[in-house]
Design a protein around this ligand. Structure first.
Ligand code: ZN
Length: 271
């Protein structure tokens, strides 16, 4: 566990201590961020430009998009991580395409949409929700969804398109490797707003040790990232694929559990 969050736990409310310690933590240990580029598959040129960004980003491909399979393959061949970006029912009634998961489907249709989606996105090792502000609130649908995620041995990232999502809770219950989106980079499509959000992502990563951002293959987002990513090393920020981040967090959790076990043994000898 990074030192900063330990300090938060020990000295609750001692914000000043945290502020003073933050630069020390930063010097010792980089902040880790993962960036997922969602909605890959519609435009080959925007998709390729996103995949060619100079860092280990992760690419979430819309299964029924025209160029889904081709771009998933291109990302994989370029050494980049691929996810399946699964369309799900949203509260705004926006169109979701032919493979979307909705509460109106029978179990068979639900399973068949999921299976077809997996087939259209080769090399995917993880999955996140495209939209889904309605479906991710439904425990029953999420339990079924997670059983499929587990069957296909994928990890799951909750895009958190609603604060009422139960998706990552349901993933944890089924012992699926899971994480949640911390920051959307480009809800507002201009360089200034994206810069603000990118800084927020780095700030969160420095506070917690790691953080996950989601962006889209918009021209302005790609232009921003093309400029910002090469500067990350000097900022002591490391960009890692989502699967690496999940592994890292898991290792840190195990380490923290071990050290609290041994602290208990010291505190209670003979118990
Ligand atoms: Zn999406």
């Amino acid at each position: 566990m990074p030192r900063a969050s330990l300090v938060v736990q020990i000295a609750l409310g001692a914000a000043l201590v945290l502020q003073l310690l933050a630069p020390l933590t930063l010097a010792a240990e980089p902040a880790y961020i993962s960036i997922i580029i969602d909605d890959i598959g519609h435009s080959p040129s925007a998709g390729k430009r996103a995949i060619n960004l100079p860092a280990d980003l992760t690419y979430a491909v819309i299964p029924d998009a025209m160029h889904a399979t081709q771009l998933a393959r291109y990302a994989h061949e370029s050494g980049k991580e691929v996810m399946l970006h699964m369309p799900m029912e949203n509260v705004h009634r926006r169109p979701m395409g032919s493979l979307a998961l909705t509460s109106g489907l029978t179990t068979d249709q639900f399973v068949s949409n999921f299976t077809n989606a997996v087939e259209r996105v080769p090399f995917a090792i993880g999955i996140n929700n495209h939209m889904g502000s309605a479906l991710t609130q439904e425990p029953g649908a999420m339990a079924l969804f997670m059983s499929l995620v587990r069957q296909h041995q994928l990890y799951f990232v909750d895009s958190r398109t609603t604060p009422m999502t139960v998706a990552s809770d349901m993933a944890q219950r089924q012992d699926i490797r899971t994480a949640s989106r911390d920051v959307f980079l480009d809800n507002e499509r201009n360089l200034f707003a994206i810069d603000q959000q990118f800084r927020k992502l780095i700030r969160k990563a420095r506070q917690k040790g790691s953080a996950i951002g989601i962006g889209h293959p918009y021209g302005v987002t790609l232009e921003y990232l093309e400029r910002a990513l090469p500067m990350m090393q000097a900022e002591n920020v490391q960009i890692i694929p989502v699967s690496d981040m999940l592994m890292r967090r898991n290792a840190l959790r195990q380490l923290a559990a071990k050290s609290s076990d041994s602290a208990e043994q010291v505190a209670q000898p003979g118990v």
